[in-house]
Design a protein around this ligand. Structure first.
Ligand SMILES: [Zn+2]
Length: 244
């Protein structure tokens, strides 16, 4: 599983959904085929890690039946891949994280127990946390790149007045910070980022957005949470940039 986890990380580095797979011959441990997701770059909807691993193993072992082999994959296979695994006659499938959206090994459907001619036994949840963490990190970095949270300068007087009213801090205090930005999620201002001349940032999340993930916002603006007033990190945080 550690090996396929590395393949998944390689996929992430290529901008692909991080899934890695390997087909292993049980008798001697030979890694007959490997794959990682390629759908984004190849633009093939079938570019899933499992499909590549299955095809390369079939090529190497010289047959379309992969009896005596186990397929290891970091994520619960989708219906397409589950079908391919069943057709390839793997003895066993071992996967890491569960996929509540597309998983075809029990999470959404269970193709392995659906009355098909299936000889593959399934074990899920191996290194589950590690495999899930790769996915979570990938998608949150994607959101950051897409600018889910952006900072826009507070400039006009009426904006500053509005910001003061929303945050409940005196206008005079806001004036003490040289740089004043709204933190926006999509186009909605959800808080304020105030920066003083020393580079110390004060981040205030407006009441109605207290559930916003402060950690995600902090990394979106490349700031470390320096201290958080309520420990839960949702209401009021004092931040400073990573390079101060
Ligand atoms: Zn798939």
């Amino acid at each position: 599983m550690e090996y396929v986890l590395e393949l998944a990380k390689k996929a992430a580095a290529e901008g692909e959904v991080p899934v890695g797979a390997a087909a292993v011959r049980t008798s001697d441990g030979l890694i007959a085929g490997t794959g990682r997701n390629t759908s984004e770059n190849s633009r093939y909807p079938t570019g899933h890690a499992e499909i590549t691993a299955i095809n390369s193993a079939a090529e190497k072992l010289g047959g379309r039946r992969l009896h005596g082999c186990t397929l290891y994959v970091t994520l619960e296979p989708c219906a397409m891949c589950a079908g391919a695994i069943i057709n390839a006659r793997f003895d066993r499938l071992v996967f890491g994280a569960y996929d509540s959206r597309c998983g075809a090994c029990g999470s959404v459907v269970d193709l392995f127990n659906a009355g098909l001619d299936c000889r593959t036994s399934v074990t899920g949840g191996i290194l589950r946390e590690e495999c899930a963490a790769v996915m979570t990190e990938f998608f949150s970095s994607l959101r950051r790149k897409k600018g889910r949270y952006i900072l826009t300068p507070i400039t006009a007087d009426d904006q500053i007045r509005r910001a003061c009213a929303m945050s409940g801090i005196p206008a005079a205090e806001i004036g003490a910070y040289e740089k004043r930005d709204f933190i926006r999620r999509r186009s909605t201002p959800i808080g304020l980022m105030l920066t003083n001349s020393g580079g110390i940032k004060r981040m205030i999340i407006f009441n109605e957005y207290k559930n916003a993930d402060i950690g995600e916002i902090a990394s979106a603006v490349q700031a470390d949470i320096y201290c958080s007033a309520d420990g839960g990190g949702v209401a009021d945080g004092i931040l400073r940039t990573q390079n101060t």
